[in-house]
Design a protein around this ligand. Structure first.
Ligand SMILES: Cc1cc2nc3c(=O)[nH]c(=O)nc-3n(C[C@H](O)[C@H](O)[C@H](O)COP(=O)(O)O)c2cc1C
Length: 213
């Protein structure tokens, strides 16, 4: 086995007490993303999103968290991509934020539905022009014969929108809102006795449970 596969890190003593977490897990997640950013974690808002294809096959990939509010988590993608089609057929998701350097992890379980078009339009307009062109040029997750063909599609879109100040959002591109049902906050402790605090949505708000490591 390579050295990398047999490493054992001893995690610190940073504890996670139920009472030390904010009562709203979405606010706690916001705080941990901010703390990951302050700790100069690369892409502190990166999350691994898992979905189920219509035939039941699971798939995972990284996406960036682009918004968070009392409703849930927002990310943006191509609705025709593998994940887009999977979610339109089955909204069940799980999401992992892996902040290894901070010995922290958050897992979110919930349902993802497309955001309303105004939310997608507003976010699309904040993107750099190159990314907007890219969204028009790329049918995400579909095969293409060569990089040259992709670059030709980019040039075609640049010509199409040349002289336009604002590029409209392609209809096939937009946001998803993940509404969490359950969120787990994990903090690494010594001797693998990690802290795991789970928030489950209920009629009153959230119920909090400690899980064994
Ligand atoms: C750090 C990082 C951030 C990414 N952010 C996004 C994103 O916000 N939206 C997106 O559609 N793809 C994003 N991607 C690309 C996806 O991981 C994936 O390759 C792409 O969305 C196609 O996934 P699919 O075929 O499973 O739909 C990101 C990749 C990385 C490594």
């Amino acid at each position: 086995m390579s050295d990398a596969l047999s490493k054992r890190q001893d995690y610190g003593s940073l504890s996670l007490e139920e009472g030390a977490l904010l009562p709203d897990p979405l606010e706690q997640l916001t705080l941990w993303v901010k703390e990951a950013d302050e700790a100069e974690i690369y892409e502190p808002n990166a999350m691994v999103l898992s979905t189920l294809d219509p035939d039941g096959e699971p798939s995972s990939r990284t996406v960036l968290l682009r918004g968070i509010d009392e409703h849930g988590l927002y990310f943006y993608t191509d609705y025709g991509s593998r994940k887009g089609l999977a979610l339109l057929a089955n909204p069940a998701v799980s999401v992992v934020f892996p902040w290894y350097r901070q010995h922290r992890q958050v897992i979110v379980y919930g349902h993802a539905t497309p955001t309303n078009p105004e939310v997608s339009d507003a976010y699309f307009q904040t993107r750099p022009r190159g990314s907007q062109i890219g969204a028009w040029a790329s049918d995400q997750s579909r095969p293409i014969d060569s990089r040259d063909l992709l670059e030709a599609k980019v040039q075609e879109m640049e010509a199409r929108f040349a002289g336009d100040d604002a590029i409209p959002r392609p209809e096939s591109w937009g946001g998803f809102l993940i509404e969490p049902q359950r969120m787990e906050f994990w903090a690494g402790r010594t001797s693998r006795l990690h802290d795991r605090i789970s928030f489950q949505r209920d009629a009153e708000g959230w119920s909090v449970t400690r899980l064994q490591p």
